[in-house]
Design a protein around this ligand. Structure first.
Ligand code: SF4
Ligand code: MG
Length: 324
């Protein structure tokens, strides 16, 4: 399998300004040195609590931001600082984003047909009747009636709106889809339908997904591999079976202990690990291991040295001094 995305030491810092002069007094280190690769056709789930930087990571990769440093290779092309005009020529089409609230990206006064047609127009897809035909095909593909093209966003339920969001994202035949909490606002039964749709579309179009969510259960269901973020850093990344069965990083262990796991005979029941202390501010993250202020296994070295994010078992990466 080939690599579609390579992210190395990616940082996305935002300046914090204060005073009348709006001087920069510090930086929010939303993403602070993330490295991973994504194979074509796979789903990488990114989990973490709110504020861990997972959404910023997605937005930086899709170049809604220009990263502070590091590198993003998309189809072997360095897009880290590519200007918007250049991105628009191909990359913008090939990477699409699905948001938590598709309604926010739909104009309430425009029919669905018009909304879905917009990206087609922007990217000069066919003539008017061809675009109309394409919109109907897309509605079909995401399981909506073709006649919906003439209706308006307020007429649809949350699940239907997310199908519309997906149809829009699909319009230009993208290769990579970045989904940021795409089912978090939906009822559980509807969540499953949208996840199933995403899986069908992935098979059909060989799509690659970066699936961002705080929901460990949803991520487990859809992902091939899963990465765990904390305070802008990737703590652990592995095949989902290994990660859920045998989490190695103390933070992952704590996260996992909080979810009821469906147990088969012979499996060990996990003790709930309660983390002490509050989540530190990403504008003033702890020195050394960013997790050391809350880690039940913290050692002296953890306060001084940043643990390397390294492969400790085949395809299982951990950033923790316990494994160095
Ligand atoms: Fe805990 Fe130290 Fe490992 Fe960080 S490096 S997770 S503080 S043991
Ligand atoms: Mg998500």
């Amino acid at each position: 399998t080939d690599t579609i995305l390579e992210v190395s030491n990616l940082k996305m810092h935002f300046p914090v300004k204060a005073g009348i002069m709006q001087r920069t007094v510090g930086h929010v280190k939303a993403v602070d040195g993330i490295t991973f690769t994504l194979k074509r056709g796979e789903t990488l789930g990114i989990v973490g609590e709110s504020g861990c930087g997972k959404s910023t990571l997605g937005r930086a990769i899709i170049r809604l931001y220009t990263p502070t440093s590091g590198k993003i290779l998309f189809n072997n092309q360095d897009i880290t600082t590519t200007p918007e005009g250049e991105l628009r020529k191909s990359v913008r089409r090939q990477m699409q984003m699905i948001f938590q609230d598709p309604f926010a990206s739909l104009n309430p006064r425009k029919s669905l047909g018009t909304s879905i047609m917009e990206p087609l127009k922007t990217h000069h897809y066919g003539n008017s009747p061809e675009r109309k035909e394409k919109v109907e095909e897309l509605l079909d593909t995401v399981g909506l009636d073709r006649s919906y093209a003439n209706r308006y966003p307020h007429e649809f339920s949350g699940g239907q709106r997310q199908r519309i969001g997906i149809a829009r994202a699909l319009a230009l035949n993208p290769e990579l889809m970045i989904a940021d909490e795409p089912v978090s606002a939906l009822d559980v039964s509807i969540q499953a339908q949208i996840i199933n749709l995403m899986e069908d579309l992935q098979d059909r179009y060989n799509l690659t997904y970066l699936f961002i969510s705080h929901d460990l259960g949803v991520v487990r269901h859809i992902s091939d591999r899963v990465g765990v973020m904390y305070l802008g850093n990737m703590m652990e990344l592995a095949n989902k079976h290994d990660l859920y069965k045998e989490p190695m990083h103390p933070y992952t262990q704590a996260l996992m202990s909080a979810v009821p796991v469906p147990r088969k005979k012979g499996q060990i029941k996990r003790e709930r690990i309660i983390l002490s202390g509050d989540l530190p501010s990403p504008s003033n993250p702890p020195k050394g291991c960013v997790f050391h202020t809350r880690c039940p296994a913290a050692m002296d070295i953890c306060k001084q040295q940043i643990p390397k994010f390294q492969e400790v078992q085949p395809d299982h990466y951990v950033a923790c001094h316990l494994y160095e």
